[in-house]
Design a protein around this ligand. Structure first.
Ligand code: ADP
Ligand code: MG
Length: 598
């Protein structure tokens, strides 16, 4: 229990940074840090705040943004304008700036975060440039000359005009930003955010609104950038559009990548490396080359290429080896059990597929297929490759809409619902190609399945007001892992499990949704003989506990001894339906399997 009480933020880098940051400016006598370094550290802090947001957005959420500098500009200009033109207190201006940034980011995010592939970074370049030109062309913002005469900050009557005094404010904000993002990542919405990159379809199938999550982290990272802009404006006491242009947007991204784009502490490291290197190169290169110019940009370009070829994870992973790692989420000793839905009575029709059809252009992938699964049954949907099994599966799980026909679950039509609404009604699923987060623990992976059984959002998670709920979710994940026999692997990385164990992990994750029906897409594919045996045992055990299962499989032997009923498909049509022993001797089925492509 002591281990569970230890908050995640007490991991050692935190104390290291805390002590270093607070000791530096107050070291006595000969160790005293010169003003030059304080100034440099102030800029490193300001850049870190932006880069931390980029770690969340790009490194973890998978959305590359070249436009963060523009949000720094929104925060800087908001405070510059309000304090100089309207004489408003900077602290009030800070909140106005944050609100304005959140609003702008929400609108931009709602449009650009939908873009995929190359279009997303291109979109960020477009609005990054637009905001830059907006700053430069608005009369009220002083056009390209900007705004000067910005007052210094003061806090409780103490002036923060000097670099040494604002240093503490900047670094407290940096640490707060690190903590807030770490708290967020180790929470219900955080696990959903970590699933956005690569396994978004899985997250959606667990009930995560991925489109909304994207907008949320976009706004979050924009607000961090805006706070950095606010501090910058009051440190510099003047703003103009230059530092908010595309060049700087690229530099921020660069910092996050150099530090390690998926590591929160890496953001600080990247900001430090680039700022110090830039300062050094700016003084040394013109001397070496005998002429003035921004040669450091070329060196940075070369470094970036080298880094991407040899250390894609950035520098932080090398540093992190010095700090012991403890799993962020642990199983509490006791936590109240989550409420469960009332299960249907055995034998009641649970899933009724009636004349379901799916066409892709001219191809009829599922041709008016009907079948049903009754509560407590294991039904196998079998057929050779290309028969339309996965497509049928996708129709039931709401991944793609039916062309016509109806699908009912527990009496309710579900063919018009999306994946999130379907899992909410009690259909849990696994994937033909395992979809999990390999670097995350088994426990946390399974907890994603319980997404809809929690409610903590971003704010509660950042403020760590979600602890009681987290304990319940982790206890549930552990309970389901014990149910499937993976209780010995709670804190291992999911990627280190064998394929058979990974498939069983997916079943535990699906069980976390508290399903009345489990849908498994080829769970035995790629498994060794013994793993198949273990899987079959597990499914029988779940059935004995009252679970209903629809199993898509092309391995006949696996389903033959397991399923209560079989539905056989070929070329999109149902060619047979009945008890396994009858199916085994059905001439049409024998023809499909022996004479088919399989
Ligand atoms: P199974 O899972 O039984 O192997 P599928 O359901 O994956 O078969 O595929 C059935 C048929 O539908 C195949 O001919 C496949 O090429 C086609 N198909 C599946 N998904 C799509 C899609 N998104 N677009 C076009 N054709 C598809
Ligand atoms: Mg398939």
């Amino acid at each position: 229990m002591t281990a569970t009480r230890r908050p995640a933020w007490l991991a050692k880098p935190f104390w290291f940074f805390l002590v270093a940051i607070f000791a530096l400016p107050v070291l006595p006598g000969p160790l005293n840090v010169p003003e030059y370094w304080i100034t440099l550290l102030n800029y490193i802090g300001l850049y870190s705040i932006v880069a931390i947001g980029l770690v969340l957005l790009t490194g973890i959420g998978g959305m590359t943004s070249f436009g963060q500098a523009a949000f720094v500009g929104v925060g800087a200009y908001a405070s510059a304008f309000l304090t100089t033109r309207l004489g408003i207190s900077p602290w009030v201006a800070l909140f106005v700036g944050i609100a304005l940034t959140a609003l702008v980011a929400f609108v931009i995010g709602a449009v650009t975060m939908r873009l995929s592939g190359h279009f997303l970074p291109l979109g960020t370049i477009a609005w990054g440039l637009s905001l830059y030109y907006l700053f430069g062309n608005l009369e009220a913002l002083g056009k390209y000359d900007g705004i000067s005469g910005i007052p210094p900050l003061s806090l409780f009557g103490v002036s923060l005009a000097s670099g040494r005094s604002i240093y503490y404010v900047i670094w407290i904000v940096v640490l707060a930003a690190v903590l807030s993002v770490q708290n967020l990542l180790n929470s219900r919405p955080g696990r959903a955010i970590r699933a956005l990159r690569g396994v978004g379809t899985m997250a959606e199938a667990m009930g995560v609104n991925t489109a909304w999550m994207r907008v949320v982290i976009f706004v979050y990272s924009a607000v961090l950038a805006s706070i950095s802009g606010f501090l910058y404006a009051h440190l510099q006491r003047a703003v103009n559009p230059t530092p908010f242009g595309l060049n700087h947007g690229i530099e921020y991204l660069f910092m996050a990548v150099v530090g390690g784009v998926a590591h929160v502490w890496g953001a600080i490291l990247g900001a430090a490396i680039l700022t110090i290197l830039q300062d050094y190169l700016q003084s040394i290169l013109p001397v070496l080359l005998g002429q003035s110019g921004n040669f450091e940009v070329i060196v940075f370009g070369i470094l970036m290429v080298l880094l991407l070829q040899h250390a894609r994870q950035g520098v932080w992973p090398f540093v992190a080896r010095a700090f012991p790692r403890a799993p962020a989420a642990r199983v509490p000793e006791q936590a109240p059990v989550l409420p469960q839905r009332t299960k249907p009575n055995a034998g009641e029709p649970l899933l009724v597929v009636d004349q379901a059809r799916k066409t892709f252009g001219g191809l009829v992938a599922v041709d008016d297929v009907s079948f049903e699964v009754r509560a407590g049954q294991i039904v196998g949907l079998i057929g050779p490759n290309g028969a339309g099994k996965s497509t049928t599966f996708n129709l039931v799980t709401g991944v793609s809409p039916v062309t016509h026909g109806t699908i009912r679950f527990a009496g309710e039509r579900i063919d018009t619902l999306n994946a999130r609404e379907i899992v909410r009604r009690g259909i849990g699923r696994t994937f033909q190609h395992v979809k999990l987060l390999p670097g995350m623990t088994v426990l946390e992976n399974v907890a994603i399945g319980a997404h809809l059984r929690g409610s903590a959002g971003v704010w509660r998670s950042v403020a760590r007001l979600n602890r009681a709920e987290e304990a319940r979710l982790m206890a549930e994940a552990a309970r389901q892992l014990a149910r499937v026999g993976l209780e010995a692997h709670l804190y291992e990385e999911a990627g280190s499990l064998s394929l058979g164990q990974q498939r069983i992990l997916e079943i535990a994750r699906a069980l976390c949704c508290d399903p009345a029906l489990l849908l498994l897409d080829e769970p035995a594919a790629g498994l060794r003989y013994q793993e198949k045996q273990r899987l079959a045992e597990l499914l029988r055990k779940l059935q004995a506990e009252g679970m209903s299962v629809l199993l898509v499989e092309h391995d006949m032997d696996f389903v033959m001894n397991l399923a209560d009923r079989l539905v056989v498909m070929e070329f999109g049509t149902r060619i047979a339906e009945g008890l396994p022993r009858d199916i085994q001797n059905d001439p049409a089925v024998l023809e499909a399997y022996l004479g088919g492509v399989d």
